[in-house]
Design a protein around this ligand. Structure first.
Ligand code: T5A
Length: 215
């Protein structure tokens, strides 16, 4: 795995899809290959963003309305783009993020029913029009992802407490976005054992880095 020029890569998927696990392995492999990469996550990734994340995930704010949720996601994103991602890309680094704007289209759009044009408008100005060069969608049946997430220690956060039909809409929205933009999305079968998922991810990244001027 080798790559000379930077770019922006995101991982997306429903609850318990395995994004954090996969990104941990990718981080090790990029480090071994001597590829300079910055890893971040959403919502969060900055001081202000992590504080906003706490509000967003705290079950105490169960009554948060969909509009406030959407704006908080983009408030954290606005800060992350300007404080972390844009400067890193300008320095020629690779940036890998656990979720980005596709998550808002899937969760706040598909899940909560917020109108797509409203989210697209926020993408333009709040996220500074930034779009990933490559997005890996870790796709798996909702029940399987929720079972994985539920098997972890700790109480469910505010969004994890949603009903299964909410996550079905999230999954459908993700898959629709992937189908509409096959040039940017690669769909990974995340229902498979971890070694198999990692092989799929490696193949996609190797191919992408090769296209981006790999040695
Ligand atoms: N959100 C976020 C929005 O609503 N809108 C937005 O715009 C954004 C950016 C973030 C929440 O915010 C929402 C989405 C989320 O609800 P979070 O805690 O970051 O909260 O939630 P997730 O991103 O969903 O992270 P999770 O930790 O729940 O899931 P991951 O990272 O996808 O899964 P991971 O790696 O922790 O794996 C889950 C478990 O499964 C095992 C792991 O070991 C772990 O125990 N596992 C596997 N087991 C078997 N086979 C495999 N292939 C496995 N892969 C992982």
């Amino acid at each position: 795995m080798t790559a000379r020029r930077g770019g922006f890569i995101t991982l997306e998927g429903g609850e318990g899809a395995g994004k954090s696990t996969v990104l941990g392995k990718v981080r090790e492999r990029l480090a071994e290959a001597g590829i300079d990469a910055l890893f971040t996550r959403e919502p969060g990734g900055t001081g202000a963003g992590e504080a906003i994340r706490q509000v967003l995930l705290d079950p105490a704010y169960r009554g948060l309305c969909a509009e406030a949720e959407l704006l908080l996601m983009f408030a954290a994103r606005a800060q992350l783009v300007r404080e972390v991602i844009r400067p890193a890309l300008a320095a020629g680094r690779w940036v890998l993020s656990d979720r980005f704007t596709d998550a808002s289209f899937a969760y706040q759009g598909g899940g909560r029913g917020q109108p797509e044009p409203r989210i697209a408008d926020l993408e333009r100005w709040a996220a500074d029009g930034l779009r990933p060069d490559l997005t890996l969608l870790l796709d798996l049946p909702v029940a399987q992802g929720l079972a994985r997430a539920g098997a972890r220690a700790g109480a469910a956060d505010r969004i994890e407490q949603e009903r299964e039909d909410f996550f079905e809409r999230v999954r459908a929205a993700y898959r629709a976005r992937a189908a509409a933009d096959p040039g940017r999305f690669r769909v990974i079968d995340a229902s498979r054992p971890l070694t198999d998922v990692l092989d799929q991810v490696d193949a996609v990244l190797d191919d992408f880095f090769a296209q981006r001027g790999a040695a």
